[in-house]
Design a protein around this ligand. Structure first.
Ligand code: SF4
Ligand code: MG
Length: 336
């Protein structure tokens, strides 16, 4: 049997006035229940688009989607809108950076938690209210019975984030997608929310996709990592391996902004020069070649002409040989 969530050769393209934006280009990954996959990359790398695609939130009028997304045996790309609506908020749920994209200002928090539960689970109003209060308690909202009747604007930013997490967990989703869920919060609240998410995953056993550009956050949350660049996966593996011994020049660059794991030494790498490529006209060959400092180590015109494949399992999409990656990483990248 396949993985709980299996994404194969996913391609997402948008028609715009300026041409076709290749937002996600042949992306594949697997995710099992109870695991957290961190997806990292700069903005425009395709991480949010990937997840909105899994959730089925793209307007088919503007987006062309190819490939396969299979969740627990069900194909999502070809699923009908009514089918997807049933899955969203029930089998899969999302947590955004800004809780106000999920919470309406016009209804009480309690009502917004209760209604999807009644709709998806056929629960009574009383059952839904009990469940909502239970979830508000779990996420640490004080006086949940009173707060049930509050409107979102009566909550602090951190409390709104918690309420959104409570809402996402109401129907006990198997897949939880968190897109920069703590970016807007101060460090203390951020740490609390991350702890909370971890505890809840232990309790509920959901699969989590955690999207962020913050490697410090991801190092606390993820089991596995997928590094995206220009709509493609460029490196994948267990989080500790990817952060401890990265194999792709882009990941080396990303890590320069982060102190080493389990170490006080701050890396003295310069940030990656240049900016992410246009997805209207992505570079030929390796999409990272215009910014790559290690291109000259690869013979001929491989980097500019041939797209490096991403193998299965622990892998990096780069033409450098395994020995080169090892040597360059140890000589030039790893701090002593
Ligand atoms: Fe750099 Fe070439 Fe590897 Fe791309 S394939 S990351 S350009 S060395
Ligand atoms: Mg984003």
């Amino acid at each position: 049997a396949g993985a709980f969530l299996s994404v194969r050769d996913l391609r997402v393209q948008f028609k715009t006035e300026d041409g076709i934006v290749k937002a996600v280009d042949r992306l594949s990954f697997d995710l099992e229940r109870g695991r957290t996959l961190g997806i990292v990359g700069e903005s425009g790398s395709g991480k949010s688009v990937t997840n909105l695609t899994i959730l089925g939130l793209h307007n088919p009028q503007f987006a062309t989607i190819d490939g396969e997304i299979v969740l627990d045996g069900q194909e999502l790309i070809t699923a009908r809108e009514r089918e997807l609506e049933k899955l969203r908020g029930n089998k899969m749920a999302m947590i955004f950076q800004d809780p106000l994209t999920a919470l309406s200002p016009y209804y009480t928090v309690g009502r917004q938690l209760s209604e999807p539960f009644m709709k998806h689970k056929g629960a009574s109003k009383k059952e839904a209210k009990d469940r909502a209060i239970e979830m508000l308690t779990k996420v640490g909202i004080p006086q949940p019975k009173v707060r049930f009747d509050d409107y979102p604007h009566q909550f602090s930013g951190g409390m709104r984030q918690r309420a959104m997490i409570a809402m996402a967990l109401m129907c006990d989703p198997d897949l939880l997608i968190a897109d920069e869920p703590t970016t807007a919060l101060d460090v203390t609240v951020q740490a609390q929310i991350l702890d909370l998410l971890k505890d809840l995953q232990q309790e509920f056993g959901s699969a989590i996709i955690f999207i962020t550009h913050d490697l410090g956050v991801i190092s606390k949350m993820a089991d596995d990592l997928l590094v995206m660049y220009a709509g493609r996966a460029v490196e994948r593996g267990a989080m500790k391996e990817v952060l401890g011994a990265p194999r792709h020049p882009y990941t080396w660059g990303l890590l320069s902004s982060m102190p080493r794991l389990n170490s006080d030494i701050h890396q003295a790498l310069t940030p990656i020069p240049g900016s992410p490529p246009s997805l209207l006209n992505p570079p030929s060959g390796c999409p990272f070649h215009p910014r790559c400092a290690f291109r000259s180590e690869v013979p001929g015109t491989l980097c500019t002409d041939t797209r490096p494949p991403l193998g299965a399992g622990r892998a990096a999409a780069c033409h450098l040989t395994a020995e080169q990656k090892q040597t360059i990483f140890i000589d030039k990248i790893q701090p002593r």
